[in-house]
Design a protein around this ligand. Structure first.
Ligand code: SAH
Length: 354
């Protein structure tokens, strides 16, 4: 007896689906029909694909599967604007997905890996290392889970941030598949400009991304204005030091015409003083760049605490005075620990779930 491992169609492009179903005798245009059912109508059973004859549906069902996600936990911020979900895949691996309802639209934050190998000292996602990469379909499934939820309120997703757990550029091919899929007209037709990818600064992959010809917004996690401090916070800096990361950011901006955002977590007494603000100004002056200051979601176990409100404003003002484009991230969902990895970490420790 041979075991019949079914191919998963979810996460494939229409032309790839067409190729898969050809041996069953289905014509090429059926590939797009199935893609629309999967990605536009969020259907997860072949049985429900009513523009395909019943016999075909049965033979599709015998040959293929469709990724399902299963919600394991949910948390909502007190103001109701941020919702965080722990979504599990068939192997029971779970990741966090966050919905943020801004005044300018709905944004969803997706994870790209289960865990993370980068080892940043302030980040909960990396505490147990990298477990596995997500497939393009699994990244897309997170977005479509939120789409379905918003449909009930007659709302939609306006932007996507690839900033959940994981290092997206360490899972390059799957992340690119996701970005291209979500842009397809048979999927969400999402504009590349409304997709932001955040990286800890993998230089070769930043250059590769710049060469793809996709105007995706790039966000680089800087978090420190000099190499010794950055290496202490982000071990990857030993391999890809600050100046090289900034040079890669410049090349990305030149290739895409898109301003790069530098994320800078503010940590009390670590990187939030006037001296560091001045170092940051020296680094960024004259660059096509924005700075996004993020008051840290505290990691008390590691002594990493949020600066006082006055210190945050002082840091921002110093940058503004030198005409650096700077914003302080609006605090969304701090009451539910919306920083990446925090829900999964809690869940893994079996502390909280509904
Ligand atoms: N690996 C990628 C994307 C995931 S992290 C990256 O490094 O950019 C997404 C953002 O959340 C990063 O800027 C990261 O530094 C930030 N982050 C991680 N832990 C945080 C914390 N405790 N408080 C605030 N932001 C945090």
């Amino acid at each position: 007896m041979t075991t019949n491992v079914k191919t998963d169609l979810f996460g494939l492009f229409a032309h790839e689906i067409a190729k898969q179903i050809k041996p069953l005798g289905l014509q090429a245009y059926r590939g797009k029909q199935i893609a629309e059912w999967l990605y536009k109508h969020n259907v997860r059973q072949f049985e429900a694909m009513t523009n395909i004859a019943k016999e075909w549906r049965t033979s599709l069902d015998n040959s293929f599967t469709i990724t399902q996600v299963n919600r394991k936990a949910a948390q909502h911020s007190a103001d109701g604007r941020t919702s965080k979900f722990l979504l599990a895949f068939p192997d029971d691996m779970a990741v966090e997905t966050v919905l943020m309802r801004h005044s300018y639209g709905n944004s969803v934050c997706v994870s790209t890996q289960v865990g993370c190998a980068m080892g940043c000292s302030f980040c909960a996602s990396t505490l147990s290392g990298l477990v596995r990469n997500l497939t393009g379909g699994e990244i897309l499934a997170q977005v479509l889970y939120i789409t379905e939820l918003l449909k009930q309120e007659e709302q939609k997703i306006d932007s996507i941030v690839i900033m959940g757990s994981g290092e997206p550029l360490a899972n390059y091919d799957n992340v690119l598949r996701f970005i291209r899929l979500v842009h397809e007209d048979y999927c969400l037709n999402m504009s590349y400009r409304n997709i932001t990818l955040s990286t800890s600064g993998l230089i070769a992959q930043i250059d590769k991304l710049a060469g793809e010809g996709l105007p995706v917004t790039l966000s680089i996690s800087l978090h420190a204005p000099n190499n010794p401090l950055r290496t202490r916070l982000m071990p990857i800096n030993a391999r890809y030091p600050l100046e090289q990361v900034l040079a890669a950011g410049d090349r990305y901006a030149a290739a895409t015409g898109r301003r790069v955002t530098y994320e800078y977590i503010l940590i009390a007494g670590v990187n939030d003083g006037p001296a560091q603000a001045r170092e940051l100004i020296t680094l960024l002056k004259g660059r096509l760049a924005n700075v996004n200051l993020i008051p840290i979601n505290a990691v008390p176990e590691r002594g990493l605490l949020r600066p006082a409100a006055g210190d945050i404003i002082k840091f921002e003002k110093l940058l503004q005075n030198e005409h650096i484009n700077v914003t302080v991230r609006r605090e969304m969902g701090t009451d539910i620990a919306a920083a990446c990895g925090q829900l999964r970490h809690k869940f893994v420790r079996m502390v909280t779930f509904d």
